[in-house]
Ligand binder design. Structure first.
Ligand SMILES: [Ca+2]
Length: 409
C-alpha cells in the first residue's frame, strides 16, 4: 500500500515551542448561574452582539423516568422572551430496541453503505462489525496506546468510500493523538479485514484527559477534527497549537485550503470537543465539555474564538464567541457525540446520563430538553442510522450496548 509522510498541520507556519509537560487544568472561575438555568443565545442581527436569555428549566436534573419510549424528563418552562424559535420544538426520540453486543467502552460508530456498522472500542483498540444484530471483531488497530480518556476514539467514513474503502481513525498513540486511515476489504466469506493503517496527521497533544477525538467529514469534503486542550492551558488560545481546536484537513491530512490561519486550525478556544455535526444549511455545530461548569453547544465559524480558558459559557466578552446552549452544571450533561436531524440536535451526555435534544432555528438554539435520564447510564455517541433513526452508544463498562431509536416524528 502507498505510504506517505504524515503531515503536520502547523507546517505552513512557524511552530511555537511548546512545553512538554502541560500545566494542570484548574477549574475556570465559577460563572455558574443559578442552578437549573440554561441559556439560549440569540443572535438578533447579523454582526450584532448576542443576547443571552436565561430560561428556567424545571426538573431537568435528577428526574428519573422509567418511560421506555423516551418521554420528556425535563420540562422547559422558560420565559422564552425574545426567542425566535421558542422552546420544545425538538422531536421526541423513541426507543425501538437494544443490541447487547458485549461492547467494551465503545467510542464511535459509522455505517457502511451496505448497512454494516463499524464500532471502535477505546481501550481494546478493536474495530468491530455489527451486522444483523451481531458483533464480530474485525481486528485490533496497531499503534494505539490507551490510557485515561485516550485510546481508539473517533471514526469517519471517507466520502468516497464506495471507491476508496477508507475508514479514518483518531487515536492516542505513544507520543500524541493522531489520525490514520485504513482500507476495509471484504473477504470471500463476507467478513471484513484491513491492512496496516496509513497515518495521515500527527502531533495532536495527548494527556490522560481532554484528548478530543471526534472526526467527521463535512459537506465540503474536508475532515473536521475535535481536539482537547490536553491539560495544556496555553494551547487553545494559540492559533499555532493543535490542542483545544477544531481542525479542518484534506482527506490526505493536509491543512484544508482556505483555513483561517493558514494551518490546520479552523476554530480555537476550545476545551475538549467530542461532538461535530452540520445542520441542513451546512452550519457546523460542536459540543464541548466545560470544566465543572458550563458545558456548551457552539455554532462554529471559521477563525472564531470560543473562549477557553479565558471564559466559558456565554459571558458576552469581546473577542470570544458565546455558546448557543450552556449547561451550568456538568453533572447534568458532559456532552460527547452530536447529531443533527431536521432542525433538532441530539447530544449524548456522559456524566448527565441522558440524551439532550435542542431545537435549532437558523443560528438560534432553544433550551435543551432531556430524555432517558439515568435510564441507560452514560452515553458516548449518537449516530444516525440508515433507516433514519439513531444508535446511542453507552459508556458504562458493564458491558456496553447499543440503544436503538426509531426515526424522529
Ligand atoms: Ca466556550
Amino acid at each position: 500500500m502507498s505510504r506517505r509522510k504524515p503531515t503536520s498541520g502547523l507546517s505552513r507556519r512557524p511552530t511555537r515551542k511548546l512545553p512538554v509537560s502541560g500545566l494542570p487544568v484548574a477549574p475556570a472561575p465559577d460563572r455558574r448561574q443559578a442552578p437549573f438555568l440554561a441559556f439560549a443565545s440569540i443572535k438578533q442581527t447579523a454582526g450584532a452582539f448576542t443576547v443571552c436569555l436565561a430560561l428556567l428549566l424545571s426538573g431537568c436534573t435528577g428526574d428519573v423516568s422509567d418511560a421506555p419510549t423516551g418521554r420528556v424528563t425535563g420540562t422547559v418552562t422558560g420565559t422564552g422572551t425574545g426567542t425566535a424559535s421558542g422552546t420544545g420544538n425538538a422531536t421526541p426520540p423513541k426507543v425501538v430496541g437494544r443490541l447487547d453486543l458485549q461492547l467494551d467502552i465503545p467510542w464511535a460508530a459509522v455505517f457502511l453503505p451496505n448497512g454494516t456498522a463499524i464500532i471502535s472500542e477505546r481501550d481494546s483498540a478493536l474495530l468491530k462489525a455489527v451486522h444483523d444484530g451481531r458483533a464480530t471483531t474485525i481486528g485490533q488497530v496497531p499503534g494505539v496506546a490507551p490510557g485515561g480518556e485516550g485510546g481508539l476514539l473517533g471514526l469517519a467514513l471517507s466520502p468516497g468510500f464506495e471507491a476508496d474503502n477508507y475508514l479514518y481513525l483518531y487515536f492516542t498513540a505513544a507520543e500524541d493523538n493522531r489520525i490514520a486511515r485504513l482500507k476495509l476489504t471484504e473477504q470471500p466469506d463476507g467478513s471484513l479485514d484491513f491492512a496496516d493503517p496509513e497515518v495521515v496527521f500527527t502531533g495532536i497533544p495527548k494527556a490522560s484527559t481532554h484528548n478530543g477525538g471526534r472526526i467527521r467529514f463535512g459537506p465540503d469534503g474536508f475532515l473536521y477534527v475535535g481536539t482537547g486542550d490536553s491539560q495544556r492551558r496555553e494551547q487553545p488560545q494559540d492559533p499555532n497549537a493543535l490542542g483545544g481546536k477544531i481542525l479542518r484537513l484534506t482527506p490526505e491530512g493536509d491543512p484544508a485550503p482556505g483555513n483561517p490561519f493558514g494551518n490546520a486550525v479552523y476554530s480555537l478556544g476550545h476545551r475538549n470537543v467530542q461532538g461535530l455535526a452540520w445542520d441542513s444549511a451546512g452550519r457546523l455545530w460542536a459540543s464541548e465539555f466545560g470544566p465543572d461548569v458550563n458545558d456548551e453547544l457552539n455554532l462554529i465559524d471559521a477563525g472564531a474564538n470560543y473562549g477557553w480558558p479565558a471564559v466559558t459559557g456565554a459571558p458576552h466578552r469581546d473577542g470570544f464567541r458565546d455558546a448557543k446552549v450552556v449547561w451550568p452544571s456538568t453533572a447534568d450533561s458532559s456532552p460527547s457525540g452530536l447529531e443533527i436531524v431536521g432542525s433538532t440536535a441530539y447530544l449524548g451526555a456522559l456524566r448527565g446520563q441522558r440524551l439532550w435534544t435542542v431545537a435549532l432555528s437558523g443560528e438560534e438554539a432553544s433550551a435543551p430538553v432531556a430524555y432517558f435520564t439515568s435510564e441507560y447510564g452514560r452515553i458516548r455517541d449518537v449516530i444516525k442510522t440508515p433507516d433514519g433513526g439513531f444508535w446511542l452508544l453507552t459508556n458504562n463498562k458493564n458491558p456496553d450496548f447499543v440503544l436503538v431509536l426509531g426515526p424522529p416524528g
